[in-house]
Design a protein around this ligand. Structure first.
Ligand code: SF4
Ligand code: SF4
Length: 373
């Protein structure tokens, strides 16, 4: 039988049991496959070798301060909402050595930037692609390119998936970042009962599909998939009116809500660590006891950490009120002036993983209540 012609922009059907073939093909082509696995009662992004390691048959329940994995009662692979981890840990690792120096007649660098594996990210959601694009703006700037990020990002393959079951804290529809894929992926899956519909997003995606047992999908399954994606837009657990952002934040820097929120916020930084767009970092030097070697590491930091805003002469954000205000006014305010987009993709992680249930979709309306111009 003649092979089905596949082009960028084509949609083909891959039988569900052949997901393993797709993952195997990625590995054959030299990619390290990183995908969802169940771990510590949540979904984590870890190396995977086959579909049997993925969270098939699981779904998740999210609310402010709550995430639970439960049985879905079906055999789908992508029926959960992502957990605390995001793909930023792959391109912008929580801890990484920037360089080593050795004192040998003067300080000299030892070694060089390690070449990165070619990563294939499996199961990337539309809001997560939007977050990657936002981090690209921060790390791959026209005036400065971060070499660590660039090395890990440049050859990555994105196997994305449409969200058909948004979670209780999701609001990507409000942010215009989901639940439907639009761009930025190599292959885009829509998971149906027996098949994956596969949208070919790039030449690399087309190459991976070559030789796999794909077929032309019939009109009925295409219609069903469209209905499922459209329905997902109406199932968001949260929504956020962004029509007056960033003004509502930048014009309310003395609003009493900042004081009220500081009574609840513990400044624990959990929201910034789980946020797929936050990129604050610090450097730490580790020197040998004999003073001849030193290593400089980059580690994730947070605007909620008091030390982050400590400068000569004192701390510019000395209390929780000023730190929470900084986070929100940057994320949904000045980020737009800095990068041309808001810094939030509506993934809901900061709501789900806040230990005291602070919810940014409630904070913006609260700031709006007594808006002063
Ligand atoms: S908003 Fe919540 S998660 Fe963020 S620092 Fe405050 S208590 Fe922690
Ligand atoms: S601010 Fe919250 S909802 Fe927005 S991208 Fe970050 S974690 Fe997700």
């Amino acid at each position: 039988m003649a092979e089905l012609p596949i082009n960028v922009g084509s949609v083909v059907a891959l039988p569900k049991p052949r997901l393993d073939d797709l993952l195997a093909k990625l590995r054959e082509k030299g990619y390290q496959t990183i995908g969802p696995r169940v771990g510590d009662g949540t979904v984590q992004y870890q190396p995977i070798r086959g579909a049997s390691e993925m969270p098939q048959g699981y779904t998740s329940e999210e609310e402010a301060g709550k995430y639970r994995l439960v049985s879905s009662g079906n055999s789908r692979y992508f029926d959960y909402t992502p957990g605390a981890q995001s793909w930023k840990q792959i391109f912008f690792p929580p801890r990484i050595t920037l360089f080593d120096l050795c004192k040998n007649g003067g300080w000299k660098p030892v070694g060089s930037l390690e070449p990165s594996p070619r990563y294939a990210l499996v199961g990337v959601r539309p809001c997560e692609i939007a977050a990657i694009k936002i981090q690209d703006l921060a790390f791959l700037r026209t005036d400065f390119v971060d070499p660590v990020y660039q090395e890990r990002r440049k050859n990555a393959f994105i196997l994305a998936v449409n969200c058909l079951r948004p979670g209780g804290t999701c609001f990507c529809a409000s942010m215009g970042t989901g639940p439907q894929l639009s761009s930025g992926y190599d292959l885009g899956l829509t998971e149906m009962d027996d098949v994956f519909l596969v949208d070919v997003g790039s030449a690399a995606g087309k190459d991976i599909l070559s030789g796999l047992p794909v077929a032309k999908p019939d009109a009925a399954i295409m219609g069903k998939a469209k209905q499922a994606v459209d329905a997902a837009k109406t199932k968001m657990g949260r929504q956020l009116d962004i029509s007056d952002l960033p003004d509502v934040l930048l014009k309310n820097l003395d609003h009493p809500e900042w004081e009220a929120i500081s009574k609840r916020c513990m400044s624990c930084a959990s929201c910034t660590l789980v946020c797929p767009t936050c990129f604050c970092w610090d450097t730490q030097d580790h020197s040998s006891l004999n003073g001849t070697e030193t290593e400089r590491e980059r580690v994730w930091d947070s605007c909620f950490n008091p030390g982050y805003s400590y400068q000569a002469g004192g701390n510019t954000r000395p209390n929780v009120r000023s730190r929470y205000r900084q986070w929100l006014t940057h994320k949904l305010g000045s980020w737009k002036q800095q990068y041309g987009v808001l810094g939030c993709v509506g993934c809901g992680r900061c709501i789900t993983w806040c230990p005291v249930k602070i919810d940014i979709t409630e904070e913006i309306p609260a700031l709006r209540k007594e808006t002063r111009s």
